[in-house]
Design a protein around this ligand. Sequence first.
Ligand code: DX5
Ligand code: ZN
Length: 214
Amino acid sequence: MRITPSLLSADFTRLAEEIRTVEKAGAHGLHLDVMDGHYVPNLTFGPMVVAAVRRCTDLPLDAHLMIENAPEHIRAYADAGADAIAVHPEAVPHLHKTLSDLRALDVRPGLAINPLSPLGSIEEALGAVDYAIVMSVNPGWGGQRFIDGSMDRIRQVRRLAERCNPSLEIVVDGGINASRIEAAREAGADVAVAGSAVFGAADPAAAVREMLTA
Ligand code: DX5
Ligand code: ZN
């Protein structure tokens, strides 16, 4: 299972140091939770912080856009250095066009699937993305409780992927800690995002290593 810590829970007074810590511990990438205060009530950071993170590390950066009007902003995140960008289909009126635009920007396109969003509505789209984020919390905050039933959601997305995109990478995002890694892997996830379980730990490096060996 690849581990991509979410910077949402990092100490922003020491962001470069926090990035170095998890990178040295073996993190496979960094998950950047972009929130605009409209699509979700929380407001986090924008392209400027993504560009600053880009200057700190060579790790792959995946931007998770929890924003309204995502299509209008994808170029800014691509230009800031995001290697992968996931959008919430509910915030994208013309999904095929936006996913094509992401590929044209040489960015890996992804979809973020909210808890209870009907999977039938995104089945076809799974063929047009490199990865799907299965949200195991409601978008908007770090440190929430893992939603029961999310492992089944991962299984369902994996089954859909077998039909329409066998190489789909499945990311599980929200409420993940070391004790959930094995079940998530067995359900079909390839990548785990962890924010508070990493940066809220007394020793974030040890927390990453524990997840890598779980
Ligand atoms: C929630 C975000 C998640 C969250 C993960 O809207 O998409 O990435 O920050 O943080 P934890 O691991 O603390 O749930
Ligand atoms: Zn996220």
